[in-house]
Design a binder for this molecule. Sequence first.
Ligand code: ZN
Length: 262
Amino acid sequence: MMQVTHAVVGLVLGEILLLSTPLVVLGAVLPDIDFLIGLTHRGLTHSLLFLVLASLLVYKLRDKRAAFSLFIGLTSHLFLDAVTTMGIQALWSLNTFFSFNLTSTNYVPVNIFIIALLAVVYYNKESIIDYLTRVRRGVALKGSMAFTIGWSLLLIASPVIICRGSDSSINSLINNKVLNGMGVRLNGTICSSINPYYSKAGNEYQVFYICDNNESIKIFKGSWVLDNELRQGDVIYLCGTYTTDYGEPEVSYIDYVSLIAD
Ligand SMILES: [Zn+2]
């Protein structure tokens, strides 16, 4: 999600849960320091390991409330990024990006929707705090812990779910017969050279086209997705996300590629 969305989420969560708002906001924006300091974007700082270790560190240095404030901020960031097609390396150092695959990061309507929803929550702050106090804050805190465990487990199962998406033909993709953002399975022959591409965030991709019969579609594969020994002429099977967000139709956020034995 956009950084401003993360910050607003942190602000509202800090206020309604009566936590240390500065620490919740810090947690909500912290993971994105990764590409500023030269780490893989959405790698280590977007992992469950980082979530736990950073919270424990603050617990050691400060207290339970401070640690919980950071934890809430971090988990909100990780969850919102996990919702997007790029996903997060939740199980870093494993190279897999896990994703719920529901929206792309910079899709403005979704960001505006989240901020608008939070504005409503913030406007009703007093009654929400009153409610949370009545059901005892402990319940709210345990609830957010349960929420974190729940979404993490669901997320880790999700690449499998995406790969169970329907089989698509290149024809159906280039003619926009598939919804933008859908998980697809595809077969084809690599019919172009394989070119490296480096995103602004510093992640490396391999860009090429696959063909069947007379049609072709662009493939945007992260170099962390095995295998990296693909050659022009290889017949492959892949799972990824169909997107029209970048001009021409393409399949990005590849989470699985396999050579079809001939
Ligand atoms: Zn992020």
